[in-house]
Design a protein around this ligand. Sequence first.
Ligand SMILES: Nc1nc2c(ncn2[C@@H]2O[C@H](COP(=O)(O)OP(=O)(O)O)[C@@H](O)[C@H]2O)c(=O)[nH]1
Ligand SMILES: [Mg+2]
Length: 194
Amino acid sequence: MNYNNAKFFASYGKIEQLPLPERTEIAFIGRSNVGKSSMINKILNRKNLARASAEPGKTATINFYELENIFLADLPGYGYAKTSKSEKRRFSELIGGYLSANRELALVIQLVDFRHPLTNDDISMINALIDGGFPFIIALTKADKLTASQRAKRLEELKDELPYADGITVVEFSSQTGEGVDKIREIIEEIVDE
Ligand SMILES: Nc1nc2c(ncn2[C@@H]2O[C@H](COP(=O)(O)OP(=O)(O)O)[C@@H](O)[C@H]2O)c(=O)[nH]1
Ligand SMILES: [Mg+2]
């Protein structure tokens, strides 16, 4: 798979605008500011293809990137406290709408911040993925910000926060150091080969 030729495809503010589901898609879902755009940039060897922002809560669109014959879909980040109620509703409608739109969704990469306990929004999202039968993995982001013992502690706590975590693939990831990017690419390639 050639990650260097990926391109921005389009942004969609409404589910009805999405292209026909003719290509395999991989969706990136997570709290606002968790590192979705940074992860996409890292996977695609780019600094700023997906706009990574220090200003959370801004992406109220679904952004598609074209990687060979598949789409990467950067979904709006949920859970940003300062977003207005109506915007929050729009964000969650976009995410829910995307998931129920019968896309050719081969994988969801659910990002959560390695440093912090799962938020209620994270847990609702993960439960929705399980209930909907979506294939997904969990990426623990910003791994560079934790010491080895902090990591061990969080991994232990995660078992309580996600009682069914045993069957879920969990990837420790940092877009800063590149940790985990090979693993994510491997998983993408397994899917595409199928
Ligand atoms: N230290 C560190 N910072 C990160 C990492 N990933 C993202 N960030 C920072 O977190 C902020 C939000 O990242 P972004 O990719 O825009 O998050 P998004 O809202 O989920 O798309 C930006 O300031 C990034 O530079 C990471 O792996 N390590
Ligand atoms: Mg983003």
